[in-house]
Design a protein around this ligand. Structure first.
Ligand SMILES: [Zn+2]
Length: 276
């Protein structure tokens, strides 16, 4: 496994003496990857999705980020996320390891095929069971409480957060968390057949926020900053503990690379070509 993680992993960069890489991709240079060994696993930490200044979620250089992982030979990827909690079980500060994602908004982002032939990304299973297990085991080993499942609702491409009606709908659909960045990152990673899993921290909770209309925005922002900082440290500890107990022999049993057989080989990734 060559692991790519999207995370500002300040502690691991210092403790494991990770070295900074500059990768030139067809989508521009990426100079914020820190690489090295974590418990004998080659690991590459992309220091945040944003190259610096805060940008709208659709301006995140997803293609460049994934191409940097291409160049580094990354075959497994963990995305870390700051989200909103949707169902009643999630409170501000909670960690969640989602088991699936709903993306109904349409990010028209795609990577050019390496062999010149477009295929839809194969997404069954959605997240890699082996990587999810690594995260869950890491959380249990550190004693950091997490929700070990949940559907992430991807709300991509709007310069606002969700309306009350949208949040009610998302809750009724059974989603546990909502955020703007898991897709298209997930889809682009799967276009490159990378095994993918995610872990998120909820900075707020829909049900708590409903009663906090009068809260000072500065208080809310301070609480969010605190949750994000705590979340980053917890992500680092969980991933490190997961890697410490990782069994290489378990890789490959996950089903992520499974390809449909028979007359319609592309059934799970594309339409049968003779029908087009
Ligand atoms: Zn997998």
């Amino acid at each position: 496994m060559k692991l790519g993680v999207v995370l500002r992993a300040d502690n691991l960069i210092r403790e494991k003496q990770l070295r900074q890489n500059r990768v030139v991709t067809p989508f521009g240079p990426v100079d914020r990857v820190f690489s090295g060994l974590v418990h004998n696993v080659e690991a590459h930490f992309l220091y945040g999705r944003f190259p610096g200044a805060r940008t709208p979620s659709w301006e995140i250089p997803y293609e460049a980020n994934q191409s940097a992982f291409d160049a580094l030979g990354v075959d497994h990827q963990i995305g870390t996320f700051v989200v909103g909690g949707v169902d009643k079980s999630v409170r501000g500060g909670d960690l969640i390891i989602p088991h699936d994602v709903i993306s109904l908004s349409g990010p028209s982002r795609s990577l050019p095929p390496l062999d010149g032939r477009f295929r839809n990304a194969h997404v069954i299973p959605t997240f890699c069971p082996v990587l999810r297990e690594l995260l869950i085991r890491g959380a249990r080993a550190t004693g950091i409480p997490v929700h070990e499942s949940g559907v992430y609702f991807s709300f991509y491409g709007f310069a606002r957060i969700e309306t009350d009606a949208e949040l009610q709908l998302i809750e009724r659909l059974g989603a546990r968390l909502v955020g703007q960045t898991l897709d298209p990152e997930f889809t682009l990673a799967r276009q490159r057949q990378r095994h993918y899993a995610a872990i998120a921290i909820a900075v707020d909770s829909y049900h708590d926020m409903k009663n906090e209309q009068d809260e000072d925005p500065e208080v809310f922002r301070a609480r969010s900053r605190e949750a994000i900082a705590v979340g980053r440290e917890q992500f680092e500890r969980i991933i490190e503990a997961g890697l410490a107990g990782h069994d290489e022999a378990a890789e490959g049993d996950c089903g992520c690379a499974k390809v449909a057989k028979g007359p319609h080989r592309d059934m799970f990734t594309s339409f049968p070509e003779h029908l087009l």
